[in-house]
Design a protein around this ligand. Sequence first.
Ligand code: SF4
Ligand code: SF4
Length: 169
Amino acid sequence: MGYFKEVSSASWAFCEGLWITLRYLFKPSVTVQYPTEKLVPYERFRGLLLFDAATCIACGLCAKACPSACIALEAQTHPETKKRVPKAEWYSLDLGKCNFCGLCQEACPTKPKSVWHSLDYELAFSTRDDMVRCWKPGFPLAGRVWDPVQKAFRDPESHISVREVQARI
Ligand code: SF4
Ligand code: SF4
């Protein structure tokens, strides 16, 4: 008797499984074939931080607002008067310390924002050095990395692709 009960319960579970599969077979798919197919996150998604040296006024408000103390910058100085110029000489951001809170973007007074979160979520780093992004005027928006061996800036080794640069408001 126990044997038949077991067979009947297993058959019932099997049919139930098939029924669930059949129900979902004709529904639209909610998954994508990552990495060949990629979802674009919502507009307010906080991905990789980008920086634009062309619009930055080197006010330092982003560095003051940052709770993780991961932003550093230096303003340019006039070659003759040595007075501070509202342009960044260099800007750096340690993504290893960043908690993606968005406070730097919020504090930035320029329009459009000079530091802002992109929609890029593919943040894989092979070394700690790769986490520290540096910008100088003319550098790409995703920044570059200082190579202590070559004593030069290089593009990050990690796979970073800024596919979508969201509107900066
Ligand atoms: S997102 Fe937050 S933690 Fe990261 S740099 Fe900006 S203020 Fe700092
Ligand atoms: S990124 Fe924005 S807040 Fe930071 S120094 Fe430049 S202008 Fe100021």
